[in-house]
Design a protein around this ligand. Structure first.
Ligand SMILES: Nc1nc2c(ncn2[C@@H]2O[C@H](COP(=O)(O)OP(=O)(O)O)[C@@H](O)[C@H]2O)c(=O)[nH]1
Ligand SMILES: [Mg+2]
Length: 252
């Protein structure tokens, strides 16, 4: 792929976190209001969160849906699928499947694969959470290509998939923990200018990797609006993830 074409794809994606910020309390309310009559407890809005352990799936659920202390629908090690429906407001109901994918346990992953094959086709949105703090995306690309995308493609769910890069606040720690200009600005709840540039460089590298893996930038691959970068603990840029979730589909 030509270099300028890469930039053409990458720049709008990584510029996202540098748009004007919506700091706190991004709410799901307006969208719920619009869609309340379409989803009730018998027909909940179903979201599945996939990703390696510790990437921030549970924290993301809390940040996006304001579901504090929710209990993961799928406890690690269980194979029974018990759906838990959360009433939101005005009758709108939400169902969350939170599924850790273990990279080193082949046997367990076979069980999860079976569960995913059952659950994913029922879901409105599939959020694949990635730790933006990780060194590289090798394992996530492998999981996506070998495990998630084959299920999505078989069930025409490709457009419902979101790549959610969490923990973009953490670059301050890794780059130079002693540099005050690289610390998260907790007062304004945003990265400092210097940190913003560090984040951009890292995100650039990530999107390049996704292009190299042909997950982005090709016909039939994941589109820019299916990618979001955010920090679940700081509630930073959560609005982009929410936008991806709510724009991805027009509820029937
Ligand atoms: N710095 C930072 N830490 C986060 C973020 N999201 C989650 N974490 C932390 O990462 C750890 C794992 O999060 P959790 O939601 O339990 O991950 P899960 O295993 O994927 O459900 C917890 O200590 C969270 O506080 C984030 O955006 N930034
Ligand atoms: Mg969890």
């Amino acid at each position: 792929m030509e270099e300028n074409k890469r930039d053409f794809i990458i720049t709008p994606i990584i510029d996202t976190p540098c748009r004007p910020l919506f700091c706190n309390n991004v709410s799901f309310d307006e969208w719920i209001l619009e869609n309340q009559h379409k989803r009730n407890k018998d027909n909940p809005f179903r979201v599945v969160l996939l990703g390696q352990p510790g990437v921030g799936k549970s924290t993301t659920v809390e940040a996006v849906f304001s579901l504090n202390n929710y209990v993961s629908a799928i406890v690690e090690g269980t194979t029974d699928i018990v759906e838990k429906v959360f009433p939101m407001r005005d009758g709108f109901s939400l169902s969350i499947y939170d599924m850790p994918i273990l990279n080193n346990d082949v046997e367990k992953n076979l069980e999860y694969e079976k569960m995913c094959k059952k659950i994913l086709p029922k879901c409105d949105v599939i959020v694949y959470v990635i730790d933006a703090h990780s060194k590289n995306l090798d394992e996530d690309c492998r999981i996506l290509k070998e495990f998630v995308l084959p299920i999505c493609n078989t069930n025409s769910l490709h457009d419902n998939l979101i790549l959610a890069f969490n923990k973009i606040d953490t670059y301050s720690e890794t780059k130079d923990p002693n540099d005050p200009e690289l610390r998260w600005n907790v007062v304004k709840n945003c990265p400092t200018e210097k940190l913003k540039n560090t984040i951009k460089i890292k995100l650039y590298y990530f999107v390049e990797k996704l292009i190299d893996e042909q997950l982005v930038g090709y016909k039939e691959s994941i589109k820019a609006e299916q990618i979001a970068f955010y920090s679940a603990v700081y509630n930073y840029n959560i609005v982009d993830l929410l936008r991806a979730i709510t724009k991805i589909l027009v509820l029937k």
